[in-house]
Write a protein that binds this ligand. Structure first.
Ligand code: CA
Length: 521
């Protein structure tokens, strides 16, 4: 190898400059693209201003939040923008499990949010993560920001034998090198919600407490990774960078939670100006949160813009796939619920998915329904590694859709929605198993969810016509619309089987329908 390199170096040295340029160009073309995957937490699809612009609005069918997102607006115009990307299990940890492993929660290991009372909900060590595949194929992989995929154990690198904080039950976690799945550069934590006093453990396990807005700090770290200031990545290899901002996740209650310059944009807006969705209940105690939530949306936008600018300055923009998405949305007073996520309502279920790959992806808006499980095979395929997708991956490769060759692939007819809650709790408070309380689907026209009681009987049916009722304000009575209900149940049954879901194995849907004498049973 060394001899080869010397010969190559000598050869290059002897070539005229024009030939050198040709070599550099051809090697760049042969190299797999870099990938930057940016996923702030709880960033709803509606919180991007471009959806109100003429070329985007007809694809949405609803009004965007009154937010300032100039960088995302420009980025969207250079990208494929999916209007119907859904988070199969719209919660932090289950989403991350799906994204990293390409498997539904039952197989990824992460069925519920990771915390110390749920020892069974943790990223499987033996899973082949997307970063495992990329690193095995020559990529330098870096993870910056919130991981929230590991069960917290007493493994604080600074205080061996202790949890990383004295909080009980513990939610935050330190991820040791053997659990990093191919990420050789590390600057991350489990979960922690103080946006201006974040902390991180680096590749060597050293803790950092930078005392500044986490989105800015993580962008600085991402820029250092791009610049490769201290050997964060192999200089001659493609890279994969996962950047997981925590904002605009809660808290969103005071100036401790966002940057004042961003808050000032929204501080004088009335509740009726802030809440443009007719399904929002501004009498909820949470109503004031929108100003801080939107401030963090703008903060994320600014820092994302700074990252893109640096990518361009470094000349890396052309051969880099950049994705902007989120783990789930935020209801923000819609549907009268205080719960920001973990529901099938579109504000929680629908996430941004904007992907830019200059020269390969023609910018357009696409209504294809993307499931979180599809991201893994789709990204690997776009990176030229379609033949390396492991058989464990459960989603579909939708790269033909993104490339504008949708006819070449089996376009999904629906997205599966999954909601689990705690299973049994033992005397020590530890949770064992999960109760799969609800399953649902989103099709190109409808949303349907079935919730069951602990005895398996039917508890509730939600059914919306998303085309005619984009704010989901009229729950269609399933008893009065048996044909529609049957058709959506049939689609749900297909998705449950496809996902090898516990509801399929245990005939849960059929039993629930029988319990309520639905569909003539
Ligand atoms: Ca989350």
């Amino acid at each position: 190898m060394t001899q080869m390199r010397i010969i190559m170096t000598l050869k290059n040295f002897l070539l005229p400059l024009s030939s050198l340029a040709t070599i550099a160009c051809s090697s760049a073309q042969e190299q797999h693209p870099n990938i930057i995957y940016v996923f702030p937490d709880q960033f709803r699809n509606q919180a991007m201003a471009f959806w109100n612009e003429p070329e985007f609005a007809p694809h949405a069918g609803w009004q965007a939040d009154p937010v300032r997102t100039p960088n995302l607006d420009n980025f969207a115009k250079e990208s494929v923008v999916l209007s119907r990307a859904m988070s199969n299990c719209p919660l932090s940890s289950p989403y991350r499990g799906i994204f990293l492993t390409g498997m539904y929660p039952e197989r990824s290991g992460i069925t519920l949010n990771c915390m110390a009372e749920r020892p069974e909900s943790s990223l499987r060590e033996d899973a082949v993560c997307i970063s495992d595949v990329l690193s095995a194929n020559g990529y330098s992989c870096g993870y910056i920001g919130k991981l929230h995929a590991d069960f917290p154990t007493p493994n604080d690198p600074q205080h061996p034998g202790e949890y990383v904080s004295s909080r009980r039950p513990e939610w935050d976690a330190y991820t040791p090198p053997e659990r990093r799945h191919g990420f050789s550069h590390w600057y991350s934590y489990g979960t922690f919600d103080v946006h201006k006093d974040p902390h991180y453990w680096d590749t060597e396990g050293k803790r950092h407490d930078p005392k500044e807005y986490s989105v800015k700090h993580e962008t600085d770290k991402a820029i250092e990774f791009l610049r490769n200031t201290s050997g964060q990545r192999k200089a001659d290899a493609p890279f994969f960078l996962a950047l997981a901002y925590n904002p605009p996740h809660s808290p969103y209650e005071s100036l401790d939670d966002c940057m004042e310059e961003d808050y000032n944009i929204y501080k004088d807006m009335s509740l009726s100006e802030l809440y443009v969705r007719p399904n929002a209940d501004t009498t909820l105690s949470k109503a004031g949160a929108a100003r801080y939530y939107f401030a963090n949306v703008t903060g994320v936008d600014r820092e994302f813009g700074r990252l893109l600018k640096e990518l361009k300055v470094l000349g890396l923009d052309k051969n880099t796939i950049v994705i902007f998405t989120s783990d789930h949305g935020e209801t923000m007073c819609s549907q009268g619920t205080e719960d920001p996520k973990n529901s099938i309502y579109t504000e929680s279920f629908n996430v941004p998915f904007i992907i830019r790959y200059p020269g390969r992806l023609r910018p357009h808006v696409d209504g294809t329904m993307l499931s979180s499980v599809d991201i893994y095979p789709t990204l690997l395929s776009l990176a030229g590694l379609g033949d390396k997708i492991p058989s464990s991956a459960e989603g579909r490769d939708l790269s033909p859709v993104l490339l504008g060759n949708g006819a070449d692939c089996d376009v999904p007819q629906a997205v599966l929605y999954i909601r689990n809650v705690n299973g049994e709790q033992d005397a020590d408070g530890l949770v064992h198993g999960v109760f799969p309380v609800a399953r649902g689907i989103r099709t190109s026209t409808h949303t349907m969810e079935i919730t069951i009681n602990r005895d398996g009987s039917l508890k509730r049916v939600l059914m919306f016509n998303d085309k005619e009722d984009p704010y989901q304000m009229h729950n269609i009575d399933y008893k009065d619309n048996p044909e529609l209900f049957r058709s959506l149940c049939d689609t749900l049954a297909i998705k449950l089987e496809e996902a090898r879901d516990v509801w399929h194995r245990e005939n849960t849907l059929e039993k629930a329908l029988k319990s309520a004498h639905c569909l003539g049973n």
